[in-house]
Design a protein around this ligand. Sequence first.
Ligand code: KIV
Ligand code: ZN
Length: 525
Amino acid sequence: MAKEKVEIFDTTLRDGEQAAGTRLGAREKVEIARQLVRLNVDIIEAGFPASSPEDFEAVRLISENIQGPVICGLTRARKEDIDVARKALVKAKRARIHTGIGVSEVHLMGKFADEKYGKTIGEKQATILKMGVEAVKYAAEFVEQVEFYAEDSGRADRAFLYEILEAVIDAGATVLNIPDTTGYAMPEQWGGLMRDIRANVPNIDKAIISCHCHDDLGLAVANSLAGVKNGARQVEGTINGVGERAGNAAIEEVVMAIHTRRDFFDEVETGINTREFSRTSRMVADMLGTPVAANKAIVGRNAFAHSSGIHVDGFLKKRETYEIMRPETIGLAESRVVLTARTGRHGLRHRLEEMGYTLSKEELEKTYERFLAVADKKKEVFDEDLAAIISDEIHVVEHVYHLEYLHVASGTGTLPTASVKMKIKDEIKQAAACGDGPVDAAYEAIRQATGLSPKLENYSIRAVTGGKEALGEATVRITEDGRIFTGRGISTDIIEASAKAYVDAINRMVAAKEKGGKADVKAEL
Ligand code: KIV
Ligand code: ZN
C-alpha cells in the first residue's frame, strides 16, 4: 500500500527565533534556510515580514535565493500584514501566506476585548470569523497556497472551531494549522481533536490538517505524533525544538519517531533526509547561541554514547541491545578529519562545506586567517570553534563601531580599570573607566567612548570547546526603548570576547535604528 506523505513545515526562522533572547541576522537566516533545503523540509516559514524590517529582508532574501521548499511568511488577519508579506515573497518560486487569528475564548476576551469586535462572545466570534475569511480571500489573490492558523485551537470552543475552519476552506485555505499555542493538550485529546475535525468539518477533504504544538508540558512531539496517527498530514516544528517559552515540537524527534517506528506509523512517511539532522542541529544551536542539552533525544552529544560497563559490553556484542537507531542515520560520522595549523584552505573549505556553510572566496580567506590564528594557539580546531569564527567574522552586521584596542587591569585588592580605543567611522575615540570587575570596567569605557548607554539585560560567557586555550564566547543582551539586541563575541581572552559582544550588540542596535526608526519594533502576534 502506498504511504501518505506527512509534510514537514519548519518554523525555526519564525517561531524558533521568537525564543527569548535570540535574534538571527538576515544572512544567518539564509544560511540556515540553505541547510533546511539539504534536510529536504517541505515548507520553510522564513519570518513574519510585517513585524520588522529585518524580518521583511530575511523573507525577501530567502524567497530570492532558496529553491526547493515552499517559502512561507506569517501574517495576522490584516490586509496591511498580507500586503507586506506578498511583497517579501514576490520572488519565491512557490509562496505561501500563513494567516490567521486567535479563536479561543481566552483570546476573544483578551486580544479582542474591545467592544469594536462585539459585546458578547457570539458577536466577537462572528467578527473573528469574518476577519479570518477576508484575510484568506485577500491572501489567495496573491499566492497559490494559503494556510490558515486558528490560534489556541487547543482551548477553543469546538463548535466555533469547526465553523471557522469550514468557512476559511470555502474562502480558499488549503492548509489548516491547528496550533496548541500554549502547550496545554494531552496526546489522546490532541489525536481526538484531529479525528473530530475530520468528522465535523464538512469540506475537510479540500484541506490538509497541520499540527503546531508547543512544549510547555513537554508534550509537543507526543501531541504532534498523536495528530499524525489521527489524520494530520503536516507537522510544524523547529530544529532542536527551539521557540517561544519551552519551545516547539522538535522536528528531528517527530521525523525520527516516524522513521524508526515505521511499524507503528505504517501509513505514512516523510521526505526528510535524516542524515542532515546532526549538522542542521549544530548550525541552529551555534547561530542562535542556544546549546543543545547533552541528553537531548536524537541530536544531544550523549544520544548515541554508551558509557556504563553493562551497556558498553552489551552494545559491543550486539548494537541493537542498546541502540534503536544508527548514528549514521542522523549524519553522525564515525571518523573525521582533524583540523590543525597545517590544514590548508582546501581542507578548511571541505570541513566548512560538511558543516553546511557556503562561503564566497573572500569570506573563506577571512575565515582562514582567523582559523590560523586560533590553530596557532590550540592543537586542534573543532567544529564549534569554526562556527564561532564564522559567527564573529562573516555573519556580522555592518559595524560602525570598531574596538581597536583594549587594556584591562584587575586583580585581588585592586580597582579594575579599563582603557579602550574605538574607531567610529573615521574618528578615533579613547576612554578609560573603573568598574566592579574587569568586564564592567571595559563596558563603562566603551559607553564613554561611544557616548551610548544601552541597558545591559543579560551577559553570559561559555567555553566553546574544551582545553585551556578554548575559545570563549560571550553573549550579551542590551535594550533600548523596549527593543532587544543580542551581540556575540569570541576570543581566547574572555574579557576581549565580552567587550566584542557588547560592541556587536551596539552595532546591531545602531544598524536597526538607521534602517527602521519606530517601525523596527517587532510587532506582536
Ligand atoms: O503557536 C501559535 O499559535 C503560532 C501561530 C501564530 C501559528 O505560532
Ligand atoms: Zn507557535
